[in-house]
Design a protein around this ligand. Structure first.
Ligand SMILES: Nc1ncnc2c1ncn2[C@@H]1O[C@H](COP(=O)(O)OP(=O)(O)OP(=O)(O)O)[C@@H](O)[C@H]1O
Ligand SMILES: [Mg+2]
Length: 357
């Protein structure tokens, strides 16, 4: 019996708002799954349901055989009996308590023996690299150090689940990037099943075993990062997780999973479709293009797209050009400036995604 986190048929409404709309997903024991999606899509509400801070209208939430919430059986376990560690966006530490006491607090509530508390608090502080700051008060720490104390506090009880809601949001960009590597290492070292919430896609890609993309309370796709990037299930997912531009087009020819599409400019693009969808010739489609893969053509004879430059912007390390293809606009990056107001672009087959119109 593994201790996977299993969520089935979760529904939560607030009046007329469907905050969570029939959400099901499984987080394998020891893995980190990220809930990713725009503001208001239901990430925090999902986390709160797992934590027992919010009661869903319907649904089952269990860890292995241990049911946390089962609305069909009227079971709603109170938060303190769920054995969870949590860090919220505002991870407030108790300002009047030293670091040691902040971390020791829930162990004291559990009436753990004093020498055992000391041992476990220092274990947790060691993990986050703050063992020498146990005697400080929160105001004597930097923001990043405070966040680490909050994490130590969350793992010290050896919870069966770790729930993290934008735990790095209060850090500046540089520290944030270091912290996510550090946090991911910590999670893997402790081997704790974790649900992580962010609306930052690069953070989601850097940290996750699995990513759940949500919109308006619905789960749109649940997949490992590489799969999500290579074959996004819908146009929304493609748009949300990467710099994708969309052009109107039509199916030109079909040869198994190898397709040719014609875009408005008249250019023909070949691609290999991984979506498993059925297509028919002349069907109208939306062609998604990964901007970061597009190149200025250098002698290629296929997969060329001709476009006029609308505006070029110098970004320091590179140039970004917005181009008009006649069937939609596209952003393209080059290292050098371009001199012509028309460009021949080369689109590698794996830079092209296809969606029904
Ligand atoms: N207590 C509440 N009462 C009424 N509506 C609520 C309540 N809590 C959340 N909502 C609504 O439910 C939806 C989901 O909210 P939630 O906080 O889960 O979003 P989120 O994905 O965490 O967004 P963000 O990225 O902004 O934190 C939103 O439309 C929100 O307005
Ligand atoms: Mg939220």
């Amino acid at each position: 019996m593994t201790n996977d986190l299993v969520i089935q048929g979760l529904v939560k409404t607030f009046g007329r708002v469907h905050a969570i709309d029939d959400l099901s997903l499984t987080v394998k024991q020891g893995q980190l799954a990220t809930l990713l999606g725009p503001s208001g899509c239901g990430k925090t509400t999902t986390l709160n349901c797992i934590a027992g801070l919010e009661n869903p209208d319907e649904g089952l939430i269990r860890v292995g055989d241990f049911a946390l919430t089962d609305t069909a059986k009227g079971r709603i376990l109170p938060p303190e009996q769920r054995q969870l560690g949590m860090v919220f966006q505002s991870y407030a530490l108790w300002p009047h308590m030293k670091v040691f006491d902040n971390v020791a607090f829930s162990l004291k509530l559990q009436k753990v023996r004093r020498d055992e508390i000391k041992k476990r608090v220092f274990e947790a502080l060691d993990l986050v690299g703050l063992a020498d700051m146990a005697e400080r008060y929160p105001f004597q720490l930097s923001g990043g150090q405070q966040q680490r104390v909050a994490l130590a506090r969350a793992v010290v009880t050896r919870p069966r689940l770790l729930l993290l809601d934008e735990p790095l949001s209060n850090l500046d960009a540089k520290i944030r990037e270091n912290s996510r590597v550090w946090l991911r290492n910590l999670q893997q070292q402790v081997g704790i099943t974790t649900v992580y919430v962010t609306h930052d896609q690069s953070e989601a890609f850097a940290m996750s075993d699995m990513i759940a993309v949500m919109d308006q309370g619905r789960l749109l796709q649940y997949a490992p990062p590489e799969e999500l990037y290579a074959s996004p299930a819908t146009q929304f997912v493609a748009e949300f997780i990467g710099a994708t531009s969309f052009l109107k087009g039509a199916i030109h020819a079909i040869n198994g999973s190898r397709l040719k599409v014609r875009v408005g400019s008249g250019d023909i693009l070949a691609l290999s479709d991984r979506s498993g969808r059925q297509w028919v010739e002349n069907q109208n489609v939306v062609v998604g293009i990964r901007s970061e893969r597009v190149e200025i053509a250098r002698g290629q004879s296929e997969n060329l797209l001709h476009a006029g430059v609308v505006v070029s912007t110098y970004l320091g390390a590179k140039w970004q050009h917005e181009v008009d293809t006649g069937s939609g606009r596209l952003k393209v990056e080059t290292v050098d400036s371009v001199t012509s107001d028309r460009l021949s672009l080369y689109l590698p087959p794996d830079s092209i995604l296809l969606f029904p119109e």
